[in-house]
Write a protein of this length. Structure first.
Length: 278
């Protein structure tokens, strides 16, 4: 039986007193398992200078903060937090997706989702709110409690794990639930996101669906990845999910967008999808 791992340790909320930039950089260096010397070599600096920054004896320049953040592969939102902690203005904007300047991006994502038909695909943000979805996703959501579908914005994690959502129809629910919660835990280890933590605490506390199975039969598993096996209209559809993000994002909103696609894990599912989606 697969179960979710223990909740991740509590991270500081955005409302708490900001830590000094040196403390934040030391924490990120620890997460990346780099020594001061290794980071210095990558950032064309010296271990002595890195040490002085981390202990607060030296204030890094804006350029140095961004350079260290780049070599530590720090998320864009957290790079802004580092700049603020160092006394600088944030560099990366956070543009609402419905802003006119995002029109080309929205159009491109809609086109991409359409191209994935008849396979399900959707666009979510950093807290799994759904910003766009294709017709195949809508087909899979048939039969979900109407009250869940009326909540705006729709949330992919809530729709999947709620006992009146997709959960009762997912045959390997405990395994899939464990996968989703672990995915959220990895994000919480990187982001100080109060909304994401609140969502995690909500969905991890949902009761298991009545009559749900512990796991699927071993023969039903795809040999190369954990599938999501979901009952739909009297048949079982098996999907492998993939997640696509943007390379080198320069905007916080764009950096947290992800296109999730569900590809058929077997020929039977592929054939059935072609009959479900007009």
């Amino acid at each position: 039986m697969t179960t979710a791992s223990a909740p991740p340790p509590t991270s500081p909320s955005p409302e708490s007193t900001p830590a000094p930039v040196g403390t934040l950089l030391r924490e990120w260096r620890g997460r990346r398992r780099l020594s001061q010397l290794e980071l210095a070599l990558r950032a064309d600096s010296s271990a002595r200078h890195i040490s002085f920054i981390e202990t607060g004896r030296s204030r890094p320049s804006q350029e140095m903060v961004l350079r260290l953040a780049e070599h530590l592969d720090i998320p864009v939102r957290e790079r802004n937090a580092l700049l603020i902690a160092a006394g600088y203005a944030p560099t990366f904007p956070e543009t609402p997706l419905n802003d006119p300047s995002m029109a080309a991006l929205r159009s491109s994502m809609d086109h991409l989702l359409t191209c994935y038909e008849p396979f399900p695909a959707l666009v979510v943000d950093g807290t799994y709110n759904v910003h766009a979805a294709n017709q195949a996703i809508t087909t899979l959501l048939t039969g979900i409690d109407e009250s869940l579908l009326q909540q705006q914005p729709l949330n992919a994690m809530r729709l999947t794990m709620h006992p009146r959502g997709l959960a009762p129809r997912i045959r390997n629910y405990l395994e899939w639930r464990g996968h989703l919660l672990h995915q959220m835990e990895r994000q919480l280890a990187l982001l100080r996101s109060a909304p994401l933590r609140a969502l995690y605490e909500e969905v991890s506390g949902y009761p298991l669906p009545e009559g749900g199975r512990e796991s699927a039969a071993a023969g039903d598993h795809a040999p190369f990845a954990l599938p999501m096996m979901i009952e739909h209209d009297g048949t079982v559809l098996s999907f492998i999910s993939t997640i696509t993000t943007f390379n080198t994002p320069m905007d916080v909103t764009v950096s947290e967008l992800a296109v999730e696609t569900f590809l058929p894990a077997n020929p039977e599912t592929a054939a059935r999808l072609h009959t479900l989606t007009p």
